[in-house]
Design a protein around this ligand. Structure first.
Ligand SMILES: *[C@@H]1O[C@H](CO)[C@@H](O)[C@H](O)[C@H]1NC(C)=O
Ligand SMILES: *[C@@H]1O[C@H](CO)[C@@H](O)[C@H](O)[C@H]1NC(C)=O
Ligand SMILES: *[C@@H]1O[C@H](CO)[C@@H](O)[C@H](O)[C@H]1NC(C)=O
Ligand SMILES: *[C@@H]1O[C@H](CO)[C@@H](O)[C@H](O)[C@H]1NC(C)=O
Ligand SMILES: *[C@@H]1O[C@H](CO)[C@@H](O)[C@H](O)[C@H]1NC(C)=O
Ligand SMILES: *[C@@H]1O[C@H](CO)[C@@H](O)[C@H](O)[C@H]1NC(C)=O
Length: 406
């Protein structure tokens, strides 16, 4: 008797599970179909042919267009892939490398197929009009503006100064071979006692990210910073939490470029405060972003990365399995990853230090934790396994050189 009940309940459980699975799939299909269909009808950019013919775009321009209905992340059970997912703004003034040894001359077929040397790097005023909005509102942050409000984002973007040049870093004066040599320094514990400081500083340019502590660690990580990559949050939080490691200011070298990754709404709120010299509203209410630059802020040395660049990096170089699951919208490459790919797109020779490697468990989380070995904290919004593989692959194919220890 008991056995029969066991079998019955097993069958019942199975039926419930099957029902749930079918229902989920069905509703997922219905939802995504409704959304695609509604955006096809309402959005001028839902049209497949739109990116193919300039003529079509010109026709659209004359139509008085309105924002697409808001799309919500939670209505998708995995990353939605639009027919214009892999189409990006391009920059006709992009740098053309003159360096014979440039990584852009690689024969690596996978890299050659993925890379767009003229990808639009920067977001700035005038770039966000309604048709651009309707394209970018299909992608979750930081890859686009899904769930956001047009006027709010537009207000911030229209404050961002247009860079005087598309080119982030010039070929150094007096260069014999026309090459731009860059070091990109992550905060990995692998740098503890590495004595790489002199080598890092000997590059034409040094990129640093987030908690870029150098004071007291010069022997291992160097002391120069040419490009500092950050988000509003990373800037705010590192100053707050890394004081104990002597990080009182973000790097302020003469001529330094500050590059911001706009990771979400709070970055646009921050930008409004920063670029108007006022206290911010929203997530950083009452905070005056300009104070974090200690008088070293200069609009002509401040750049904001374009969501198309960020999406291009995710789609073509770092697509994670996480994008296929329920938490798809949480995934994004780390700030270090974006900084490294920025260097790959703005330099000819790229050496990476302090980036995660297979043997990361041997080191502390960060190089400035010299005396206490803390293990790497794996945040759910990143895919560290994928980053390990990506850096190794770029190193093995000779595109970058990755600092490793044995
Ligand atoms: C999508 O999410 C929004 C906000 O939670 C909700 O109001 C709407 O009904 C959802 N749409 C669909 C098609 O499920
Ligand atoms: C909208 O902005 C995009 C990107 O900057 C540009 O290519 C396009 O021509 C603009 N469209 C209109 C109608 O101004
Ligand atoms: C960095 O260190 C070198 C010596 O190693 C020194 O000459 C230079 O002035 C330092 N630069 C900065 C910005 O502190
Ligand atoms: C924040 O809101 C106040 C009140 O609405 C406004 O006066 C101020 O300009 C806003 N700050 C920014 C940076 O937009
Ligand atoms: C800002 O930087 C530019 C380029 O480095 C320079 O020409 C300009 O004088 C700087 N402005 C201020 C106010 O320091
Ligand atoms: C950093 O390196 C020194 C010298 O090798 C070592 O004694 C120390 O334990 C290391 N710190 C950590 C946290 O691994």
């Amino acid at each position: 008797m008991q056995k029969a009940w066991g079998v019955v309940s097993l069958i019942l459980t199975f039926c419930v599970l099957l029902y749930l699975v079918l229902w989920n799939n069905l509703s997922e299909n219905i939802h995504s179909k409704t959304i695609i269909i509604s955006s096809l009808i309402l959005s001028p950019l839902g049209n497949t042919n739109l990116f193919k013919t300039q003529k079509h775009l010109n026709v659209e321009r004359k139509v008085n267009i309105t924002p697409i209905p808001v799309l919500y992340k939670k209505n998708f059970t995995k990353l939605p892939v639009w027919d214009f997912e892999d189409v990006y703004l391009r920059d006709s003034n992009a740098r053309k490398p003159t360096c014979p040894k440039s990584l852009h001359n690689t024969e690596d077929p996978e890299f050659k197929e993925s890379v767009l040397p003229d990808i639009q790097l920067w977001l700035y005023k005038g770039q966000l009009n309604m048709s651009e909005w309707n394209r970018l509102a299909h992608f979750n942050n930081p890859f686009g503006f899904m769930e956001y409000n047009y006027n709010e984002i537009k207000r911030a973007v229209d404050l961002i100064p247009k860079p005087r040049s598309s080119i982030l870093l010039p070929v150094p004066k007096g260069s014999k071979d026309g090459c731009i040599r860059c070091a990109v320094v992550g905060a990995g514990g692998i740098l503890n006692n590495s004595k790489m400081g002199r080598e890092i500083d000997s590059h034409d340019y040094v990129f640093r990210v987030n908690g870029a502590v150098t004071k007291g660690y010069e022997e291992d990580v160097g002391n120069r910073t040419s490009v500092y990559v950050h988000t509003a949050f990373s800037l705010y939080a590192t100053i707050l939490t890394l004081k104990k490691y002597g990080f009182h200011n973000i790097p302020q070298d003469e001529g330094i470029k500050y590059v911001m990754i706009p990771e979400g709404l709070r970055d646009f709120e921050w930008l409004q405060g920063l670029l108007q010299g006022k206290a911010a509203n929203g997530s950083f209410k009452g905070v005056r972003p300009l104070n974090f630059f200690n008088g070293h802020f200069n609009e002509s040395r401040f750049n904001v990365l374009h969501p198309d660049f960020l999406r291009y990096i995710r789609n073509r170089f770092m697509p994670s399995k996480q994008m296929q699951g329920n938490y798809w919208a949480m995934y994004r490459p780390t700030n270090g990853a974006f900084a490294l790919f920025l260097a790959i797109h703005t330099c000819d020779i790229v050496n990476a230090y302090g980036f995660i490697t297979e043997d990361h468990h041997k080191y502390s989380n960060y190089y400035y934790e010299k005396f206490k070995k803390t293990s790497v904290i794996f945040y759910i919004n990143h895919d560290y396994g994928l980053e390990i593989k990506t850096w190794k692959k770029l190193h093995d194919s000779g595109i970058i050189r990755l600092f490793q220890r044995h």
